[in-house]
Ligand binder design. Structure first.
Ligand SMILES: *Cc1c(COP(=O)(O)O)cnc(C)c1O
Length: 220
């Protein structure tokens, strides 16, 4: 049996207190999430909209929900009322749609810009060139979203040098975007990187938020 509470306790002891732990609960039952909740965990990540909606309905209301999967525009409307942060924004169109649905819901949605840092083409995210073009041509007059930083997923490999280089690249992207477009925005301060297999490397390279699933809940 997986010792969920013990795993969370262990991870907290390993992470600097300034690094936020997002417990990735995708595919796991609400009973597992309650075990983590009872161990003090309040922030959870999901990658499918119907699953997140089902879980928000069944679980305590003080949970902070992060969406971390590829998001289709037509799902934004149902997601927005229940989500606290969307970490996986991978197009300017999606930013616009989230903004207009947030406006309708009367809320401000925190977002991270997902940047493609891995070799695998299957992983989504902006290139830094796309971001520089998009941010140059206004777009940032989106009053119902707050862009809080960047998110990235490293290549799935045992080559730690490669993973480290990708995390360094993401950190450099963060600093360059902050300098160019978010200099006066105090909330632009998150670098979400690091999962079960690579969170230590990520923390060493300046991660402020790790997204950990299998090390907490066991293999999926
Ligand atoms: C599934 C997932 C994670 C967590 O993966 P683990 O290896 O189980 O820790 C983190 N981030 C994203 C975007 C994911 O889809």
């Amino acid at each position: 049996m997986t010792d969920i509470a013990g795993n969370i306790k262990y991870l907290r002891s390993q992470l600097p207190s300034s690094v936020k732990l997002v417990a990735v609960s995708k595919t796991k039952p609400v009973s597992d999430i309650m075990e983590a909740y009872n161990a003090g965990q309040r922030c959870f990540g999901e990658n499918r909209v119907p699953e997140l909606l089902n879980k928000t309905d069944l679980l305590p209301k003080d949970i902070e929900w992060h969406f971390i999967g590829h998001l289709q525009s037509n799902k934004v409307k149902s997601l927005v009322p229940f989500v606290d942060m969307i970490q996986s924004v991978d197009s300017f169109k999606l930013l616009q749609v989230i903004n207009s649905e947030a406006l309708k819901s009367g809320k401000i949605v925190d977002c991270l810009i997902q940047i493609h840092i891995a070799t695998e083409e299957t992983k989504s995210g902006f290139s830094i060139q796309e971001l520089n073009e998009g941010f140059k041509t206004d777009t940032l007059n989106l009053k119902n979203i707050r862009i809080c930083g960047v998110m990235g997923m490293a290549t799935y490999t045992s080559d730690t040098k490669k993973i480290q280089a990708e995390f360094i690249y993401l950190r450099d992207c963060f600093h360059s975007l902050k300098e160019k477009y978010f200099k006066s925005e105090l909330h632009f301060n998150e670098i979400s990187m690091g999962m079960s297999g690579d969170y230590k490397l990520a923390v060493n390279e300046g991660s402020t938020m790790v997204r950990i699933g299998s090390l907490i809940f066991g293999e999926r």
